[in-house]
Ligand binder design. Structure first.
Ligand code: NAD
Length: 652
């Protein structure tokens, strides 16, 4: 049973017990309903306490039920909450550690709530493209006020119980216990103190008003629209909370239900739920159980202080783990250290980091030009040029100097991790750790498992990933692993669009309008165009059938590697990341097109990115060629532009 029933004197206690976070699955909901029926039928029971076993009061819906009919099967969450509200005897929520989503809605159905200090309180539904669907949008504004409730519901972020308890006039918590340990005792005493109170207070009976409602919600809507342009749920949170202020409780609940059901079916929510479940699944390795022995990682060496080496180092410094960076030349080390410091300085300037923390982190960083200085590190991560010969030289050295048991990781984007492991006499210690640029910011970390990588190495790097706050995803060995294989066609098609008449800026703008955080050319400049160049040069011989636009190679031949040089597809001013279009790059692309047999197409960025598409392209699907108008030979007037949306073109 995932909810247990006990009686302590004259108080019944219902304890949710559905590890890890007491999710409100069907059996737990049924257990609560059964416990409530027993308690109400027992004349000796005067009050009922609901609490959670283990590490949470309740984290909300049981994710195993997501999208299945079980989630709405009776008793569903709203029915259970109705049982609490209609109880003839007072129900007290004894809340601790985590109360989120449906768990918080359950608590709001209690007549009274007592929380232990440090409890995290949140409505995270928006992160799954939803709104709270168990009355959260209707009850929360009634207990903490409209503005704090909407902030919590739109952001999905947790707030500590004691902070919420400080809100003027709040009715969310009747009491904060003196300590987490005293919660159970205090909840029992509180239950006895209210055993005879009648009528019992109900959140649904409280008033819900905002003094300047219309103005506030118009303002909130504008804020939310700007922050979440491709996600429908945040704006719907505003609608649902507004409904709480404009309707009687049951009518507001009906609005919430209708919004919730509609959002459930959106592609955005389905994708976000898929992502959530996928992330959880990706963190587990079937043949590496959680009790697999791990190696101690208390120090790290990094080979290469370039774009990736510096960012990777910051992750470990942030986690309090000392880092030694190795380079070929002192000036490369100086540049790498200066970039790290500049990144931290920027965080201090934005008040995201305190100066003393910056100093502590920089004090954990040391540098060297000699392999003999890094042998003691528990783990070494190589981030040098993407060429197998360079990797071989580095791993041969690492095999020579690293202490037995050290983990030898490569940040390679595409190269064969098994081949890299075989450069050493200890392939069981070698693993791919593929960070994404900017490595100090991006959450994803691909863990590339070689044929001989040890299980203890896998277990260790998965837990190191957690320590440095990355989302680790295990990949097999293949050219490009997961992320780079996914983005490969996108980048290639971006290149073909340059050949066909687009400028980098047009492609980037169209893709950013489509919803990408950054278009493919701005992304290339951020990551470093030389990395892609090295990868293509290898593939020209290994995969001769793979076609690429030559424009990216021409750009690299001019030394325009991207932001790190201040020049790539765009120009960059030192210390800034704004992409400034460069006329010479556009000219270079135009010159390159002159070599083509057919005249280039002409593209124009308009509201819907109207474009002439090149009718000579044999790669286009026939339905599309048929849809194209005949292109006038000399016309350049904008009125002659056909409207074919660029995202369709890119996805061909
Ligand atoms: P980078 O050119 O910015 O930096 C590489 C650094 O390695 C340079 O500072 C260079 O001096 C140093 N170096 C080269 N050979 C060395 C050697 N033998 N010993 C010590 N130092 C040496 O390159 P990067 O973008 O940081 O990429 C490094 C690795 O990370 C590559 O394998 C790349 O594929 C991979 N990677 C890059 C990105 C990205 O977006 N840039 C993302 C993920 C992975």
């Amino acid at each position: 049973m995932t909810a247990q029933y006990q009686v302590h004197g004259d108080v019944a206690i219902i304890t949710l017990n559905n590890p890890p976070v007491n999710g409100l699955g069907l059996s737990t909901r049924q257990g609560i309903a059964d416990g409530m029926a027993k308690a109400n039928a027992d004349a000796a029971v005067k009050a009922i306490v609901i609490t959670g076993a283990g590490k949470a009061f309740s984290g909300g819906a049981d994710i195993k039920e997501f999208g299945s009919p079980l989630a709405s099967q009776e008793p569903n969450l709203n029915s259970v909450i109705a049982v609490l509200e209609n109880s003839a005897k007072p129900v007290i929520g004894a809340i601790h550690t985590v109360v989120m989503g449906g768990g918080l809605e359950l608590a709001l159905g209690c007549h009274y709530r007592i929380a232990s200090p440090g409890t995290s309180v949140a409505f995270p539904e928006v992160k799954l493209g939803l709104i709270p669907g168990g009355g959260g949008t209707q009850r929360m504004p009634r207990v903490v006020g409209v503005e704090p409730a909407l902030n919590m519901i739109v952001s999905g972020e947790p707030i500590k119980a004691e902070m919420l308890a400080m809100l003027p006039g709040q009715k969310l918590f009747d009491k904060i216990s003196a300590s987490p340990e005293s919660l159970a005792e205090e909840a029992l005493a509180f239950a006895r103190s209210v055993a005879d109170v009648r009528p019992l207070p109900l959140v649904r009976d409280l008033k819900c008003k905002h003094p300047q409602g219309d103005a506030y919600f118009a303002f909130a809507r504008n804020m939310v629209k700007g922050m979440s342009k491709n996600f429908p749920a945040p704006a719907k949170c505003v609608d649902a909370v507004e409904a709480a202020t404009k309707n009687k409780f049951d009518a507001g609940m009906a609005v919430e239900q209708s919004i919730f059901i509609n959002l459930m079916m959106t592609a955005e929510s389905r994708s976000l739920r898929h992502l959530f479940l996928g992330e959880r699944a990706a963190s587990k390795i079937p043949d590496v159980p959680s009790d697999t022995p791990q190696r101690e990682i208390n120090s790290v060496a990094i080979i290469g202080a370039g774009t990736m080496g510096g960012g990777i180092a910051m992750n470990f410094l942030n986690a309090g783990i000392p880092v030694k960076m190795l380079e070929m030349k002192q000036e490369a080390l100086d540049r790498g250290v200066a970039t790290i410091r500049k990144n931290y300085d920027a965080q201090v300037a934005k008040k995201k980091l305190k100066q003393d923390k910056l100093d502590q982190r920089m004090a954990l960083l040391s540098t060297t030009l000699s392999y003999d200085d890094i042998g003691d590190a528990d783990m070494v991560i190589e981030a040098v040029f993407e060429e197998i010969g360079v990797k071989k030289a580095v791993f041969t050295e690492l095999d020579r100097v690293m202490k037995p048991g050290a983990i030898l990781a490569s940040n390679t984007s595409t190269l064969d991790v098994n081949a890299i492991a075989d450069f050493t006499k200890r392939p069981q210690d070698v693993v791919g750790l593929h960070f994404f640029s900017p490595a100090n910011v991006m959450k994803l970390l691909e863990v590339v498992r070689g044929a001989k990588t040890g299980k203890d190495v896998m277990a260790t790097v998965m837990s190191v990933a957690k320590k440095i706050r990355k989302t680790a995803v295990v990949s097999g060995v293949c050219d490009g692993f997961i992320g780079n294989r996914m983005i490969e066609q996108y980048g290639r098609q971006g290149g073909f669009l340059l050949d066909e008449g687009c400028t980098p800026e047009q492609v980037d703008k169209a893709m950013e309008k489509f919803g990408m955080a950054m278009g493919p050319f701005r992304m290339g400049d951020l990551a470093g165009n030389d990395i892609g160049w090295a990868i293509r040069k290898r593939r020209y011989t290994e995969q001769p059938d793979m076609k690429y636009s030559k424009t990216a190679d021409l750009l690299c031949e001019q030394g325009r590697f991207g932001q790190k040089d201040g020049a790539g597809w765009y120009d960059y001013v030192a210390g800034k990341r704004d992409a400034i279009p460069n006329a010479d790059v556009v000219k270079m692309i135009e010159e390159h097109r002159k070599g083509w047999a057919s005249p280039p197409a002409r593209f124009r960025t308009k509201k819907s990115c109207s474009a002439w598409c090149s009718p000579w392209s044999t790669k286009r699907p026939t339905f599309w060629k048929r849809a194209l108008p005949t292109r006038p030979a000399t016309s350049t007037s904008s009125t002659s532009l056909a409207t074919v949306s660029l995202p369709t073109a890119v996805a061909r």
